[in-house]
Design a protein around this ligand. Structure first.
Ligand code: AP5
Ligand code: MG
Length: 194
């Protein structure tokens, strides 16, 4: 299986690139942000609780997102692989993911990290906020908080995957096609060694 963690700060292009990668490699896209927004749209109890945190740009509790990923893995036993988008975001989530995958006799193949500076991230998210309807794109304070949460809790996962020799950085600035090309070349070079 090809199991990719697509990593990067808010607005780095994880969702945009995931759409292209799942088509090319026939993978299943697991975005915890999308799963949570779908819970909100259905007004479930989980969704309503998560919304309070998401609207402020804070992470939802680990057990909530780990539970969502567990059930998606259980529902998709026969697939070419997964793209994890926006998950894991904490050390506890990364450890839980390794455990869940090993229970299914598989593992993370690589972490591909999209690198984009804060100024560009803020610009992209404010632009999207004009018509996305996402409460967390609406003002610079919330966007700043999302980036702060990322720097404090999520960015350290670089070390976790580096220790497993799975971390690969990709320049996330440029056209969508250029970045997709860079991701595919990286996957091709990793594939030769997995
Ligand atoms: P989530 O939905 O994961 O959002 P995020 O990571 O903050 O960021 P985005 O999804 O907005 O960005 P992206 O990297 O996918 O970029 P995109 O392709 O959309 O999480 C939302 C919230 O849910 C969190 O804050 C948290 O509360 C909660 N949550 C989710 N997962 C969690 C977890 N595991 N644990 C705890 N809490 C969790 O692109 C962004 C914009 O830029 C778009 O408009 C796009 O068109 C544009 N764009 C893309 N590529 C380019 C390019 N190359 N050049 C110019 N513009 C571009
Ligand atoms: Mg996204």
């Amino acid at each position: 299986m090809l199991n990719i963690v697509l990593f990067g700060p808010p607005g780095a292009g994880k969702g945009t690139q995931s759409e292209k990668l799942i088509e090319k490699y026939q993978l299943i896209h697991l975005s915890t942000g999308d799963l949570l927004r779908s819970e909100i749209a259905q007004q479930t109890e989980l969704g309503m609780k998560a919304k309070l945190l998401m609207d402020k740009g804070e992470l939802v509790p680990d057990e909530v997102v780990i539970g969502m990923i567990r059930s998606k893995l259980d529902q998709n036993k026969s697939t070419n692989g997964f793209i994890f988008d926006g998950f894991p975001r904490t050390a506890a989530q990364a450890e839980a993911l390794d455990k869940l995958l090993s229970e299914n006799n598989t593992a993370i193949s690589c972490m591909l990290a999209l690198e984009v500076d804060n100024e560009e991230l803020t610009k992209r998210l404010l632009l999207r906020g004009k018509d996305s309807g996402r409460a967390d794109d609406q003002n610079e304070d919330i966007i700043r908080n999302r980036i702060k949460e990322y720097n404090n809790k999520t960015a350290p996962l670089k070390d976790y995957y580096t220790a497993q020799r799975k971390f690969h950085a990709i320049n996330g600035i440029g056209s969508v096609e250029e970045i997709f090309g860079a991701l595919c070349s990286e996957i091709a070079s990793i594939h030769q060694v997995i």
